[in-house]
Design a protein around this ligand. Structure first.
Ligand code: PLP
Ligand code: COI
Length: 362
């Protein structure tokens, strides 16, 4: 396994300024002083692993990342973790799952696979240097953003021979500022088609979603929901989260993994936790007509978004050109949503036992 060289910055953020920055709410606005870097070339393989001062990259303007978008990323969080009174530790949640998904994304984008142990080591080494940047408080964490870009100087459409893997760290509060999220159902745009890159976590998927997210904002909504590209009928996922529905009889449904949506780690964790809690968790096609009709008739009583950045965020309403449906007053989370959120976040923070071995102390 490669050894990480540690190059500490000569001008770290002063403790007082760091405390002020840690108090800022929101997501992805503040970054810590260091980053992890690992280089790759076809000749040398993975090499030159280091933790170094966060600074701009020097990348050739002819690098394929700028022209053909050969880029992938991940997202996970480091938390304060207190399994017992008075104990204080730091933990990551299922980082091995992120490492595996990163490899799968790399395969889809014809990029080299970063070995899982190197991915995990980069996170751990960065955390050792940046642990003072983990904010206190429920819902607060240090969001880690591993990503890989292609490097080189050519304009042929082909995979690069050189790559850079990097991890950034960013203290984060809530992704959404409200109690419940309003969701715009996109009829004009879809996110991914069968055989496309929907299941990969690549920047291009998000670039293509921005215009739909802008449309959602224009319609007064917080987030966009995509339907399947073939029928424009079945629910897929939101711009940056998976989605689940709670039915009157207590069961929870979520669209199946069919290759066009992201294999959400939060989604998978909730499916398993919910079953453990005695909730019937179904992976089945969700027809948007049934969502609107079900919300009106009371067949569907709650909905929520789930993902690393968003955690588990209640959905208050769905809107589309033909009308809107609300759950309750459109702003109050339902009981099943709250129960699942408490169980997931409690397990992550160490308030509940972790029978799955998901929580990885660092
Ligand atoms: N779907 C999309 C499009 C996402 O960007 C995310 C966030 O990473 C998710 C789903 C949820 O995935 P995870 O729970 O692994 O964060
Ligand atoms: C994450 O949850 O980690 C994501 O990448 C989604 C994005 C909306 C920030």
């Amino acid at each position: 396994m490669a050894l990480f060289k540690i190059e500490r910055t000569s001008s770290p953020t002063p403790a007082e300024a760091r405390r002020r920055l840690l108090g800022l709410p929101g997501f992805g606005q503040v970054f810590t002083d260091h980053m992890a870097l690992i280089s790759y070339s076809d000749d040398q393989g993975w090499h030159d692993a280091k933790i170094t001062a966060r600074r701009p990259f020097q990348v050739d303007p002819a690098s394929p990342v700028f022209h053909y978008g050969q880029e992938i990323f991940e997202g996970l969080k480091a938390y304060h973790h207190a399994p017992r009174e008075g104990e204080k530790g730091v933990a990551l949640f299922r980082p091995d799952a992120n490492a595996r998904r990163f490899k799968a994304s790399a395969r889809r984008l014809a990029m080299p696979e970063l070995p899982e142990e190197l991915f995990l080591q980069a996170l751990e080494e960065l955390l050792k240097v940046e642990k003072d940047w983990i904010p206190e408080g429920e819902g607060h964490s240090l969001y880690l953003r591993p990503f890989m870009i292609s490097d080189g100087a050519f304009l042929g459409v082909k995979p690069a021979n050189n790559y850079v893997f990097c991890v950034l760290a960013s203290p984060a509060g809530s992704y959404f500022s409200k109690g419940a999220v309003s969701v715009w159902v996109s009829e004009n745009y879809t996110r991914a088609a069968p055989g496309g890159t929907g299941e990969a976590k690549c920047g291009g998927n998000y670039a293509g979603s921005l215009v739909a997210q802008q449309e959602a904002k224009r319609q007064g909504c917080d987030q966009v929901l995509f339907l399947d590209s073939a029928n424009r009928r079945y629910v897929e996922e939101m711009g940056g989260m998976n989605v689940m529905f709670v039915h009157r009889d207590g069961h929870v449904s979520t669209p199946p993994l069919n290759g066009t949506i992201l294999r959400g780690i939060t989604r998978d964790s909730l499916l398993r936790l919910g079953r453990e809690m005695g909730i019937e968790m179904r992976e089945e096609p969700v027809d948007i007509e049934e969502v609107f009709a079900g919300a009106r008739s009371g067949e569907i009583v709650e909905a929520f978004a789930c993902g690393t950045a968003a955690a588990l965020s209640p959905i208050g309403s769905f809107r589309r050109p033909g009308g809107e449906v609300k759950f309750g007053d459109g702003n109050t989370p339902g009981p099943v949503t709250l129960k699942l959120r408490e169980k997931l976040t409690g397990l992550q923070r160490g308030r509940y036992p972790d029978p799955f071995g998901w929580v990885q102390p660092v």
